[in-house]
Design a protein around this ligand. Structure first.
Ligand code: RTP
Ligand code: MG
Length: 149
């Protein structure tokens, strides 16, 4: 089933100039970029985005990290894209993430784990709505999709 996921390169990915390399992974896989925006997140938006973790001991550090510099927010579409992208992203702790995943290849610490990706259809819909207006999401067909599907 075609799905849209919300994916966000975190401030460390932007600061380390990893954006191009990470975006290339999604493109080469055959996924399709539907929206993209470089932005600095407000504290309120960071807290709302990560609201499910508000009671966790790491919440304040997480919010500080996410607002510490610009992020690259994206909507990425593909067949079963939500779970597929989570697989490409790897485990939350980069020490446990397999080599070949984004976190496994580029990260060392949980507190600097490079990238966020939606974990379920409901969170994808919620997160896309938090970060993008409808007119920022571009619907178009890729000419070579017949070679991917
Ligand atoms: P994300 O939401 O960013 O895609 O990451 P995730 O699903 O793999 O992990 P989640 O449990 O949702 O945690 C959200 C982010 O909080 C930071 N974190 N720090 N110090 C800690 O124990 C800890 N645990 C989580 C990470 O930046 C994690 O990605
Ligand atoms: Mg999460």
């Amino acid at each position: 089933m075609m799905e849209k996921s919300f994916v966000m390169m975190k401030p460390d990915a932007v600061a380390r100039r990893l954006m191009g390399k990470i975006l290339t992974r999604f493109e080469e896989k055959g996924l399709q970029l539907k929206a993209i925006k470089l932005m600095t997140i407000s504290e309120d938006l960071a807290k709302e985005h990560y609201g499910e973790h508000s009671e966790k001991p790491f919440f304040n550090d997480l919010v500080d990290y996410i607002i510490s510099g610009p992020v690259l927010a994206m909507v990425i579409e593909g067949d079963d894209a939500i779970s597929l992208i989570r697989k490409m992203v790897g485990a939350t702790n980069p020490q446990e993430a397999e080599l070949g995943t984004i976190r496994g290849d580029y990260g060392i610490q949980t507190g600097r784990n490079i990238i966020h990706a939606s974990d379920a259809p409901e969170s994808a819909e919620r997160e896309i709505g938090l970060f993008f207006n409808e007119d920022e999401i571009v619907d178009y067909d890729m000419v070579d999709n017949t070679w991917i599907y």
